[in-house]
Design a protein around this ligand. Structure first.
Ligand SMILES: Nc1nc2c(ncn2[C@@H]2O[C@H](COP(=O)(O)OP(=O)(O)OP(=O)(O)O)[C@@H](O)[C@H]2O)c(=O)[nH]1
Ligand SMILES: [Mg+2]
Length: 339
């Protein structure tokens, strides 16, 4: 099998060749010449996997829980791809692992593929590369794809838009419960896992979450998708499906307690999305966002390639000296290159 061509890589990847998959991912991450033709070849073969985001504050037990979740899916004979976006994750190797034995089991299992991605580089770049790697795993035939991200800053929101089901992991004893439960998390959570349920204070955390859910009563499927208005013709808000209340589950990732129930909750949410039309809606929202992002980057690149660097420099100078405002400068640039 020729793993140096698009055709060779694509057919090997589809046949379940893990080395081919790893190579495809490297091409995507390094944005090589093969990246775009590979993405084009693989895209029509994707769209089958259920994509699960797992996010939460540092150290809440996300990796340990993802481990258990992957194990639960394996016991149901489903294949699992894991992407850890977190430099300190045990998945990236070296770091301490909650349960080494289980992890070793997973690592030797051909039904599981684990890949970590570094958070370096721009957020937008990472989000796009992540979407592309998810797509490659999807095309490779994994039934479930789990993405772990640390919930600091915006990244969890970005990643949540790639997932169909977002699990937010909380842990007791993070101090003031209401503070630990970050604003905005209610809008992205489809399921809450209160991990480290073997520790004191777990019921208080569960209570606090349930209270916030009742108070906030967030409505999924609003036109504002993850806080952003999307440019797509959506059904009337009142016609949008409702009726998913995020369950709050207790888990003990180090023992595996609750992992099975968490998997079932994820599967329930998957069914809910399918039956309510939510999956189709999310696909459209994602396509709209993705197209806009790629279009923006593409147009910028094209325009800059056609622009004389000297001329750009002159404009930059003029704007810096306040001789021209940046809006007029942009219009000048665009119209000049359009001719
Ligand atoms: N007591 C207890 N400890 C746990 C549990 N789950 C995980 N831990 C421990 O918590 C620590 C952090 O676990 P990780 O799985 O690395 O947490 P994480 O959220 O992935 O951490 P980051 O990726 O660094 O944000 C480890 O020492 C785990 O063994 C649990 O259910 N109970
Ligand atoms: Mg981790």
């Amino acid at each position: 099998m020729d793993l140096t061509t698009v055709e060779g890589l694509t057919s090997a990847l589809e046949a379940g060749n893990r080395r081919a998959l790893a190579r495809v991912i490297s091409h995507i991450e390094n944005n090589t010449e093969l990246a775009m033709p590979l993405l084009a070849a693989l895209y029509p073969k994707s769209g089958r996997a259920h994509i699960i985001g797992v996010t939460g504050a540092p150290g809440t037990g996300k990796s340990t829980l993802v481990n258990q979740l992957a194990g639960a899916y394996r016991r149901r004979d489903m294949t699992v791809g894991v992407i850890a976006i977190d430099p300190t994750s045990p998945f990236s190797g070296g770091a301490l692992l909650g349960d080494r034995v289980r992890m070793r089991d997973l690592a030797g299992d051909p039904g599981v593929f684990i890949r970590s991605m570094a958070t370096r580089g721009s957020l937008g770049g990472l989000a796009q590369a992540t979407d592309d790697v998810i797509m490659a795993l999807d095309a490779a035939g994994f039934d479930r794809i789990i993405i772990e991200t640390v919930g600091v800053g915006q990244s969890e929101v970005e990643i949540a838009s790639a997932a169909y089901t977002t699990v937010v992991v909380e842990a007791p004893g993070l101090g003031d419960e209401v503070q630990a439960i970050k604003a905005g998390i209610l809008e992205i959570a489809d399921i809450f896992a209160v991990n480290k349920a073997d520790r004191e204070g777990v019921d208080r955390t569960v209570m606090a979450l349930k209270m916030m859910l009742n108070l906030g009563a967030p409505e999924k499927f609003q036109v504002m998708h993850h806080g952003r208005m999307l440019p797509v013709n959506l059904p009337e808000p009142e016609k949008l499906p409702r009726g998913w209340t995020p369950p709050v589950l207790k888990t003990v990732a180090i023992s595996g307690e609750g992992a099975e129930a968490l998997m079932e909750a994820i599967e329930n949410h998957r069914l809910y999305l399918e039956q309510s039309g939510g999956r189709i809606l999310r696909d459209r929202l994602r396509a709209a966002t993705e197209l806009r992002v790629i279009l923006r980057d593409y147009l910028l690149e094209e325009l800059l390639a056609r622009t004389d660097p000297g001329e750009l420099e002159i404009l930059v100078e003029a704007v810096a000296r306040r001789e021209v405002d940046p809006y007029t400068a942009v219009r000048q640039l665009v119209h000049k290159t359009a001719d």
